[in-house]
Design a protein around this ligand. Sequence first.
Ligand code: FAD
Length: 557
Amino acid sequence: MSKPVILVVDDDDDARRVIARDLDSRYAQRYRILQAASGSDALETLRQLRDENESVALILSSQRLPDMNGVEFLSQAKAFFPHAGRALLTPFSETESAINAIQNSGIDDYLIKPCHPPEEKLYPVVNDLLADWEARTHPPIEGVRVVGSRFSPEGHQIRDFLARNCVPFEWLDIEREEARRLLSTEDQKASRLPIVIFPDGTQLVQPTNAELAEKIGLKVHPEDTFYDLVIIGGGPAGLASSVYGASEGLHTVMVERHAPGGQAGLSSMIENYLGFPAGLSGADLARRAVAQAKKFEVEIVSPQVVTNLRAEGSSRIVTLSDGTELRCHVVLLATGVEWRRLDVPGLGRLVGAGVYYGGTVAEAFFCRNEDVYIVGGANSAGQAAMYFSRYARTVTMLVREASLSESMSRYLIDQIASAKNIKVRLRTTIVEVHGDGRLEAITVFNAANGEKEKLSTNALFIFIGALPHTEWVAKVVETDDHGFILTGPDLARLRGNGHVPRNWSLQRDPFWLESSQPGIFVAGDVRHGSVKRVAAGVGEGATAVQFIHQYLASAER
Ligand SMILES: Cc1cc2nc3c(=O)[nH]c(=O)nc-3n(C[C@H](O)[C@H](O)[C@H](O)COP(=O)(O)OP(=O)(O)OC[C@H]3O[C@@H](n4cnc5c(N)ncnc54)[C@H](O)[C@@H]3O)c2cc1C
């Protein structure tokens, strides 16, 4: 197979040749640049490429074509290469129709013609689209292969870890002949599975996340012992503060327990984050943010759990689960929230064996033609339902409330209403989970008619409320009754005399995002009163850095 193709479609010969030339000068080493002057010629080219088993990474099409418009062409092109990036080339005067096309036809982006100078008007968008394509389609066979059985919790943990860290992998069920050929008879025993096979032929048997991380080149141990800023948590808030902190000269390390991206990294499609009209997946957002953080030399340590935090004079000391201590001037707590556990008979022993908390992207592959159940009625559950509806035969949302509008955004309610294979059962809760070693059925209770019903299924995904899990830090910083950390004026209001926070010894008031312990700041979902949204977390992460500068500059520490 030759290099993947970038196809430029425009009937304006000069414009098309200039774009093709600019693309060629930047991307020729890795991509082949092809051109077509009409929609039908371009579709014929795509047909041939598909028949010859070639790959197409990106299609750029003018909106004005002689035989059809660019949106029609790009919609038809999707049938040939569903994963290829697709963007419209449009004159400035038609920007609005390009934006509509993005909303209505799922086209990825648009470029305003003429795309000159290419360094500003062409390459940034093309770079993004090619990076997205590579992340989506990296041929799995060149990457990591995991052999195991679908309903093993260890297998789920490996799938989840690799997916969240954007490592392309191929899952091979041990029932498949191809999987058995890769392993010795001894290795095929259930007690040895799952086994992860790397491109160089080496294997890891039942690896922990830390072992996998070392193998795929993640940094599990910090390089230094003293930093200006230690960020705990790599969700949107932590990532934003790491980018702002490091770009403004702070020696910054970010410690993350699972994988950068946090909850947002679990989202199959974020549609309300500013600047991405076609939406972007949580994995894309995390990948872009990590690249940006690394550009500014943020040290990302992951997977690694922070287990303790204390203050000694003007130093703050962070302890990792392996006992390593990091000293610093300032700590930012951005530990977010995690799913609440569902307390239902039979459920606990099937987690990872058909019952999953979150886990959308890593598990979707198994849900082809299955009947999937989702617990929850908020945006995260709605997004998951939309995502699974592409794979599953049916998706049923089990929602405790009497309507979705109590907790879900309008755009998602509309999408769910128009998806033919999604059913919503309101006022419905799960009361029992059945299965021996793997999920086989659930019993649901309908509060509207008082009836119970047993439903067969292999896949149950839980997306209910979230808790901050700040027990480990509650001796150091003040929290509210649910464990969310108090900051700024809330400290005096809720844990003080209304004017001064309890045990606060400094002359100045705490900064807005500062906790009850000077020099320990808080951003994102873990903060009392925060807005639980990606943009809000990013905003707080960025804002915290401003207060951190003020703290570092102040005489009172
Ligand atoms: C499935 C899903 C879909 C969503 N969709 C949207 C959407 O479309 N639009 C929107 O605006 N919002 C959405 N949200 C909400 C949004 O993702 C969150 O508001 C946002 O991620 C909060 O960011 P954060 O950085 O505060 O916390 P988190 O994203 O929760 O990140 C916190 C990080 O800290 C890490 N951590 C925790 N404790 C420790 C420790 N002790 N040591 C080291 N690391 C630790 C965690 O592993 C985690 O990665 C969605 C959430 C989910 C779950």
